[in-house]
Ligand binder design. Structure first.
Ligand code: FE
Length: 228
C-alpha cells in the first residue's frame, strides 16, 4: 500500500465549534464536506479524544468556519495544537453567537455554517457527525485555505488527532539549509520559507533567528527545536 496516494486527497482547513450552557470549544478540522444540497447537509470527522467531540455529542450542534489563507499559524496553532480542556481558546477571539447558541468564529473566516447534528457514525478513532445546516453566511471574499496551502506555503503539520495524521510525516522536499522541528507541536521551521507571519524573511537560517523568536504555532522557545 502506497500511503502517498492518500496525500493527493484535497482538503480545506476549518474551525469547528460546539457546546452548550457556557461550555464551548473550537478545534481545527480538515475533514468536512457537503453531503447533500436539499436539505443542505454536511459531515465532519472528529477525533474521539478531542474536547469538541465531547461537546458535539452533548449539544448535538456545531458550527464550521472556513478559514482564509491569511489565517496566521499562531491562530491555527491555538485551535489545532492546544486542548480546550486546558485553555479557553475562544476567550480572545472575535465570535458571534449562532442561532443554535454555539459561538461562530469570525476571525480569519470567509464563511460559516451552523449545523444541527442528525446522525453519527462510529469510525474507531473518529466519529463522523452528519447534520443539517440551519443557517450560514459569507463573511468576506478572501481566499479559503486549502490543506495543501497550509502544508506547502504555511509549513503546517497534521495534529496527531487529525484523520490524516501519519507518524513521522515525511517532509516535502530537501532543503538547502537545515529545517528544525518544534518538539512540542511538530511545526517545522523551514529556512527556505522563513516565518513571514512574524516578519522573518524567506532564506533566514534557524541559527540566525533572534533568541526572542518563538514557535509560531504553540509559542515554544528556540530551545524546544531540534534539527530535522
Ligand atoms: Fe510548536
Amino acid at each position: 500500500m502506497n500511503r502517498a496516494a492518500l496525500h493527493k486527497i484535497s482538503y480545506g482547513l476549518y474551525i469547528v465549534t460546539s457546546g452548550q450552557d457556557g461550555k464551548f470549544n473550537g478545534q481545527i478540522a480538515n475533514s468536512m464536506f457537503q453531503v447533500t444540497s436539499n436539505p443542505a447537509t454536511v459531515a465532519i470527522s472528529i477525533n474521539k479524544e478531542n474536547y469538541t467531540h465531547e461537546l458535539i455529542k452533548l449539544s448535538r450542534k456545531f458550527v464550521v468556519s472556513i478559514l482564509s489563507e491569511a489565517a496566521p499559524m499562531t491562530f491555527i496553532g491555538l485551535f489545532g495544537f492546544k486542548s480546550g480542556r486546558d485553555v479557553d481558546k475562544l476567550k480572545n477571539v472575535k465570535t458571534k453567537t449562532a442561532v443554535t447558541g454555539v459561538p461562530i468564529v469570525l476571525e480569519n473566516t470567509v464563511s460559516y455554517m451552523e449545523v444541527e447534528m442528525e446522525k453519527e457514525l462510529d469510525c474507531g478513532t473518529h466519529t463522523i457527525f452528519v447534520g443539517n445546516i440551519v443557517d450560514c453566511d459569507v463573511v468576506n471574499d478572501a481566499e479559503p485555505m486549502t490543506y495543501a496551502y497550509y502544508q506547502n506555503v504555511k509549513g503546517g503539520k497534521s495534529s496527531k488527532n487529525a484523520p490524516t495524521y501519519v507518524k513521522d510525516e515525511p517532509s516535502a522536499a530537501p532543503h538547502s539549509a537545515a529545517s528544525y522541528v518544534c518538539s512540542v507541536c511538530g511545526y517545522v521551521y523551514d529556512p527556505d520559507k522563513g516565518d513571514p507571519d512574524n516578519g522573518v524573511a524567506p532564506g533566514t537560517k534557524f541559527e540566525d533567528l533572534p533568541e526572542t523568536w518563538t514557535c509560531p504555532v504553540c509559542g515554544a522557545d528556540k530551545s524546544k527545536f531540534e534539527k530535522e
